[in-house]
Write a protein that binds this ligand. Sequence first.
Ligand code: FE
Length: 135
Amino acid sequence: MTDDRRMSDEEWRRRLTPEQYRVLREGGTERAFTGKYDTNKQAGEYHCAACGQTLFESRDKYDSGSGWPSFTAPAHGESVATRRDTGHGMVRTEVLCASCESHLGHVFPDGPGPDGLRYCINSAALDFEPEDKPA
Ligand code: FE
């Protein structure tokens, strides 16, 4: 397996669509209600669109009404990393893929689960793999 963190900018551009690159590598945000997974209710796993590791699971997805895929928790404790983001005049907590350090979205303390977290994630950062994938 390649070390995704060592991928050059040129390689990322080659591997990703322009929208994926803008979100994952430049910290961009897709417009609300435009992402392909916002309303997806299928059972399955959400993988990092950049490196493929499992990030979120459908059992933790809920409809937050925000216009972005929302999860109460990552798939595993080690799936994502966070860091303080003071951009755009706000103090937010950025969510990154723990494996390739690509930008995924932000996490807010207003979620419905026991941890009270809302992982607000760009569809462009995700690749969905349905549970009952046709053979
Ligand atoms: Fe990744």
